[in-house]
Design a protein around this ligand. Structure first.
Ligand SMILES: Cc1cc2nc3c(=O)[nH]c(=O)nc-3n(C[C@H](O)[C@H](O)[C@H](O)COP(=O)(O)O)c2cc1C
Length: 197
């Protein structure tokens, strides 16, 4: 892929999370291609569940600004999502919902200004036979429709994720690795084309 500044986010940070493992595989591939990669931990932000009263009383929690700044400081986002009841995880939705509430008057600007026209690509993973495909398609809609992100059409759902990784954390199937890299390549091309602008 073309060397870009790439932000990688996993939709689950639990110990052994398949989405985190897949995110690590993608991050390593992007680094091999010369990308400047940041693996961003959404759980470490420790954001409360969105609450309008909390927002009214004390504004958007400061950690949400870290997500905005990370997005603003990178050329593109790779988001790797698990699936909960067919949906993206609360960890992702809550963080992005909070970020969307950062007003233009905040130091550093609006949350939505950091995402507008920012290229993104999606991967998903699940131990099941659909590989989290439904959550990925909903995330596409969420990021495009509400955050004005430009989501690459290329995507990949890793099915049977419980059997997909070897002990070193690599994908056992060469074909899966190839598809992950093709999604990254598409994202690199998109980000580079938009940068030339
Ligand atoms: C609340 C909940 C709902 C789930 N719903 C789905 C689902 O709709 N489809 C699916 O493939 N797996 C589902 N799973 C199983 C997850 O895919 C599995 O727990 C997976 O390991 C979570 O992602 P992670 O490994 O990245 O943490 C669900 C798990 C939880 C906890």
């Amino acid at each position: 892929m073309k060397p870009i500044r790439l932000l990688v986010i996993a939709g689950s940070e639990r110990a052994g999370a398949y989405s985190r493992r897949l995110a690590r595989v993608a991050a390593a591939a992007a680094r091999r291609d010369g990308c400047d990669v940041t693996e961003f931990d959404l759980r470490a932000l420790a954001l409360p569940i969105y609450d309008g009263d909390l927002e009214h009383a004390s504004g958007v929690p400061a950690p949400a600004l870290q997500l905005r700044d990370a997005l603003a400081g990178h050329d593109a986002l790779l988001l790797v999502t698990p699936e909960y009841n067919g949906f993206p995880t609360p960890l992702v939705l809550n963080a992005f919902d909070w970020m969307s509430r950062i007003p233009a008057t905040a130091p550093g600007g609006a949350g939505l200004a950091a995402t507008a026209n920012k290229p993104a690509a999606l991967l998903s993973s699940s131990p099941g036979p659909l590989g989290g495909l439904r959550s990925m398609n909903l995330l596409r809609q969420y990021l495009q429709g509400n955050f004005a992100m430009i989501v690459a059409p290329q995507q990949f759902a890793l099915v049977k994720a419980g059997e997909a990784f070897d002990e070193a954390g690599a994908l056992k199937e060469a074909k899966s690795q190839q598809i992950v890299e093709s999604v990254l390549a598409a994202l690199g091309d998109l980000a580079s084309a938009l940068k030339k602008g």
